[in-house]
Design a protein around this ligand. Sequence first.
Ligand SMILES: NC(=O)C1=CN([C@@H]2O[C@H](COP(=O)(O)OP(=O)(O)OC[C@H]3O[C@@H](n4cnc5c(N)ncnc54)[C@H](OP(=O)(O)O)[C@@H]3O)[C@@H](O)[C@H]2O)C=CC1
Ligand SMILES: CC(=O)N[C@@H](CCC(=O)OP(=O)(O)O)C(=O)O
Length: 311
Amino acid sequence: MTKSVFIDGAVGTTGLEIADRLSGRSEFEQIILTEEKRKDAAARREALNEADFVILCLPDDAAKEAVAMIANDRTRVIDASTAHRVDPHWAYGFPEFKKGQHERIAAARFVSNPGCYPTGFLGLVAPLVAAGLIPSDWPYTVNAVSGYSGGGKALIERFEGEGADIGFRTYGLDLSHKHVPEMQLHAGLSLAPIFSPAVVKAFRGMMVEVPLPISVMPGSDSPDEMRGLLMEHYAGSPVVKVHAEMAPSELLILNSQEPSDRLDLYVMGSPKGDQVRLMAMLDNLGKGASGAAVQNLNIMAGLDEVSGLRL
Ligand SMILES: NC(=O)C1=CN([C@@H]2O[C@H](COP(=O)(O)OP(=O)(O)OC[C@H]3O[C@@H](n4cnc5c(N)ncnc54)[C@H](OP(=O)(O)O)[C@@H]3O)[C@@H](O)[C@H]2O)C=CC1
Ligand SMILES: CC(=O)N[C@@H](CCC(=O)OP(=O)(O)O)C(=O)O
């Protein structure tokens, strides 16, 4: 039976890409508000309560407000914002990162999409910590680079608008980026990671790196064991690929990057095996946002989880 879907924030960067992934799919029918009505509280309330599934592509405050407007016990919600990612009443929408998560999402009424950077970090670190291959009480460092669409319409304007002149932007300099609590909680870490995000002049794409000085990390295993564990953890996943090579010569974010809903993971070890660079490559708008939302929608609706995805 066709299910109705309302994307609140449908003309934003994430919303448009979700609509694109859903277009032409007969399993879903979209409830669409006109330009005049899309921010009208009464129209949104009606759509939020009529839909079988709601996908929130809004700033955090507006996402919280939208959830409060839902006055029935039927509508199921996927929130792309940061608002509910550490809320125990919401399922964390990363089906592959830990055992049982796919089933939790399938059964949940409220699902919070992961942040784009945490998708890379948790994809690498969470299975290794859970298996005891790296410690849960280490102060991890996360170095990451995003395409500028990661900052939505406002950042796109700063990179593409009149007089735009930014080539590279580092930020999060107050060490309080909104993704840190989510990374710490879902990786099961006792210490907050030090997170250093940056933006380059490419529309989409993301690299997330976690450097590991394993020779001084208590109880850490070898790079080969880490790669083997990740390969086993993600074996058979249509979305997450763990690469076998020890050291590709380079990893690139292209200006012409095509949309992708994949997550590619690498474990690079030094010749002596005393240092490791864990690296994740993804599309901030794909597995980092819109692709993840559509994957979660598929799972919640009991459909093939990769329908409509770009893999
Ligand atoms: N961009 C990305 O790569 C990622 C984004 N996200 C998250 O997804 C959410 C959406 O981000 P993104 O699409 O990038 O942001 P955008 O700024 O591109 O889009 C947000 C949309 O929400 C609309 N909006 C704002 N307030 C309201 C409201 N009260 N009622 C109805 N609509 C409203 C905006 O309207 P208007 O057009 O008038 O401004 C805009 O169209 C955010 O929480 C973001 O953090 C998560 C992961 C990655
Ligand atoms: C490049 C850039 O600005 N990225 C955004 C995060 C994008 C994302 O994952 O968004 P939410 O957590 O808000 O859903 C940022 O760092 O704030």
